[in-house]
Design a protein. Sequence first.
Length: 94
Amino acid sequence: MDTRAVKSSTRVKLQFAAAAKSIEHEIVACIRPDIAGTFSIGADLANAVNAHATDDEKNRIIDALLPRANPALDDRRGDHHREFLRVLGVTDFV
């Protein structure tokens, strides 16, 4: 197997994950800037939201992110959004 192809594939996956995290971070920052402001790349933002956001705030975050997690959109970032939402207790993405 060509290692350049593997590196390129890995790079693309990382770029999509970074884009998804950026969207998630932006949504959380609009609703709970204190949680988003202390977030670092090594932290788990979904678990931080679970630990510190009120139920109303979690629901607002879910409502903002859920349309992006729809599998029918065929958006590669959707996998990451669905993982984020699963941590918040969402299991239905249609």
